[in-house]
Design a protein around this ligand. Structure first.
Ligand SMILES: [Cu+2]
Length: 152
């Protein structure tokens, strides 16, 4: 048994480095884990990154189907977050988004992603079709803005 555990540790160490996933949170007693949002539909990844001095979402535009999930990844230059622009989302989207955004810091505002490769997922189940503009609060003035469209 001990040998097996040792092999697993070696394996984990060998795989360390980029894209290392955090170990499964077996210990939930030390801090309250936010309720993981339900993943629905296709998962679309959007990087949050700093490239050549530019803070950006990549891709900067994205088209998804109703019910898909968008997963933002703190790739570089964080902390980042996702804040939808209240006056630039479809009518009726506010309530759906606020319900779908775990750990919100405010209206339509996701938490800061601090750890490298930390992710934040939002399900667009029941979200109305249309274009959603969003920004990263820390870097809004640096032009870190993007849109996604929900198209049936
Ligand atoms: Cu940012």
């Amino acid at each position: 048994m001990r040998r097996v555990v040792g092999a697993l540790i070696l394996f984990a160490a060998a795989c360390g480095g980029e894209k290392a996933k955090p170990a499964p949170a077996a210990d939930t007693s030390t801090r309250p884990a936010p309720t993981p949002p339900a993943v629905t539909g296709t998962v679309h990844e959007v990087k949050m990154e700093l490239v050549n001095g530019n803070y950006q979402f990549e891709p900067i535009t994205l088209t998804i189907k109703p019910g898909d999930t968008v997963k933002w990844i703190n790739f570089s230059g964080g902390p980042h977050n996702v804040q939808f622009k209240k006056d630039r989302v479809p009518a009726g989207a506010d309530a759906v988004l606020n319900a779908a955004m775990a750990g919100r810091m405010g209206d339509l505002t996701g938490p800061f992603l601090i750890d490298s490769l930390a992710t934040y997922q939002v399900s667009f189940a029941n979200a109305p079709a249309g274009t959603y503009a969003y920004t990263c609060q820390p870097h809004e003035m640096r032009g870190m803005n993007a849109t996604l469209s929900v198209q049936p």
